[in-house]
Design a protein around this ligand. Structure first.
Ligand SMILES: CC(C)(COP(=O)(O)OP(=O)(O)OC[C@H]1O[C@@H](n2cnc3c(N)ncnc32)[C@H](O)[C@@H]1OP(=O)(O)O)[C@@H](O)C(=O)NCCC(=O)NCCS
Length: 208
């Protein structure tokens, strides 16, 4: 039975960067798809035998990615009590297993444990995971905006916000539990999550 190890990592490793390049083929074919936000970001990862299967990025504010990429036009909260979730990427061979749902939900729990007051995101209008974001409790924050990402991509996105993460904590825990159960039924075991559905026990750095 494959075992997926969930962890929170405080740097962008080469394999996560390589997965990001495979998942965002429209980006400028630069040597790197790392950006100026990775240095201060956490990567919630899922690995199988050390090989990365999926990752989600958490970026503490201020000057969050969507604020900066929209030139300040995104009507999004921004400050040192705001964290951005983004860069959801799943290796092709692991797609359809619920890993985006699992990592987003555990990422939201992690953001809550780090005491961020607000979680923001932005998603393409018809993006694959828009419904997932809505189920996580995100609501629209202002109108759609065009963003110019530092890796060269220009897209229109809908800014999203969860203004009271604590109010959603139980729901996220239930989502993590449901995904862990579903993976178990498909013969995939999960390690690295504590009883609250968080990967907090693993590398955690000060975001003060
Ligand atoms: C989008 C992506 C992260 C989904 O990963 P995944 O682990 O296969 O997704 P899950 O199995 O957790 O499913 C999550 C939701 O996405 C939906 N979804 C996944 N791939 C989809 C696709 N190609 N088209 C439409 N919906 C899709 C699923 O139906 C599911 O919806 P639901 O939760 O409402 O039932 C993955 O396909 C990927 O890495 N794509 C390239 C990078 C990208 O576009 N990232 C998202 C923007 S940051």
């Amino acid at each position: 039975m494959p075992t997926l190890a969930i962890a929170v990592e405080d740097s962008l490793t080469d394999d996560v960067e390589a997965l990001r390049r495979r998942c965002f083929p429209g980006a400028t074919p630069a040597t790197s798809v790392a950006d100026e936000f990775d240095e201060r970001s956490l990567q919630v990862t899922a690995r199988v035998d050390g090989r990365v299967a999926a990752s989600v990025r958490l970026t503490p504010g201020p000057r969050g990615p969507f604020t900066m990429w929209s030139g300040g036009r995104a009507q999004l909260a921004d400050g040192d009590d705001v964290i951005t979730i983004g860069r959801m990427i799943v290796d092709e061979q692991w797609r359809g297993y619920g890993l985006a749902r699992l990592l987003c939900a555990t990422g939201m729990i992690h953001a809550t444990h780090l005491r961020f007051a607000t979680v923001v995101a932005a998603i393409k209008e018809n993006g694959a995971i828009l419904n997932l974001m809505l189920r996580l409790g995100f609501v629209a924050s202002g109108p759609r905006v065009v963003t110019h990402e530092s890796i060269g991509t220009t897209i229109e996105v809908q800014p999203l916000v969860v203004a009271s993460p604590l109010a959603h904590h139980d729901r996220w825990q239930a989502m993590v539990a449901a995904e862990v159960d579903a993976l178990a039924r498909r013969g995939v075991a999960i390690v690295g999550l504590d009883g609250s559905g968080c990967a907090c026990a693993v590398a955690q750095r000060s975001v003060a």
